[in-house]
Write a protein that binds this ligand. Structure first.
Ligand code: SAH
Length: 215
């Protein structure tokens, strides 16, 4: 990734953001390093750039949001993937979470249903030379059958129920991290034990924009 669009000022703000995330319980070293290196200000709405390193979600185009840094770190930590793993993200949005996954050396597949955000994030990935295996303009509920199975799936929009297709696209031993619910959502991690068995774990309450059917 090119970093010449960065500055010592932003690096300083990122150091502080990462200290804050550590104090909130993020302890995966690689995740902290990724958040310390990916310039979030390049994924923000231009009018909100001065807020880039605050631990908040902010509006982006199409009424969507760039996730809170804590949430990005928390979900990334929960999928427990390592370099070279195949990871599917649902909800590219600004592309910030995608860039974090790419920085960690994962083979990243990402899906966005909104054409404006899809085009914008595609351009950012190209301009910053962020390596993505595949970014698709499609309904994430379908996953990517031809590229499955995935070691990790990270859903960054609120699902009403467990998306069956996505569960089926996890490899045995793979993990899906997904917020499920209407007003507020519970963060779940599903680990595939075998063909039909999944372990389900709960990780507290979060707030996401809804996962919408179709594109
Ligand atoms: N990871 C993003 C989060 C963006 S918000 C970031 O940090 O910027 C969630 C995104 O999910 C939105 O861009 C929304 O358009 C997208 N989304 C909602 N439903 C979807 C679906 N069915 N398939 C793919 N993307 C979806």
């Amino acid at each position: 990734m090119e970093t010449n669009i960065d500055s010592p000022k932003y690096q300083g703000q990122r150091n502080q953001m990462v200290s804050k995330l550590e104090s909130l319980g993020i302890n995966d070293k690689n995740v902290l390093i990724a958040l310390n290196n990916v310039p979030r200000h390049l994924f923000m709405d231009p009018g909100l750039i001065s807020h880039s390193y605050k631990n908040n979600a902010y509006p982006i185009e199409s009424g969507q949001t760039i996730s809170q840094p804590y949430t990005v770190a928390f979900q990334t930590q929960l999928i427990k993937c390592k370099q070279g793993d195949k990871v599917l993200e649902i909800g590219t949005g600004s592309g910030y979470q995608t860039a974090i996954l790419s920085y960690l050396g994962f083979d990243v597949f990402t899906i966005e249903r909104d054409v404006t955000l899809f085009k914008k994030s595609s351009l950012i990935f190209k301009n910053l030379s962020i390596k993505i295996k595949m970014n698709l303009f499609a309904d994430g509920h379908l996953g990517i059958k031809d590229s499955a199975p995935f070691d990790g799936i990270i859903v960054t929009a609120a699902a009403k129920e467990i998306p069956k297709n996505l569960m089926n696209q996890l490899r045995v031993g793979g993990r899906m991290v997904i917020p499920i619910g209407e007003e507020d959502q519970t963060m779940y991690r599903f680990t595939r034990i075998d063909k039909s068995k999944f372990k389900k774990e709960e990780f507290g309450q979060f707030k996401f924009v809804p996962m919408v059917k179709g594109k």
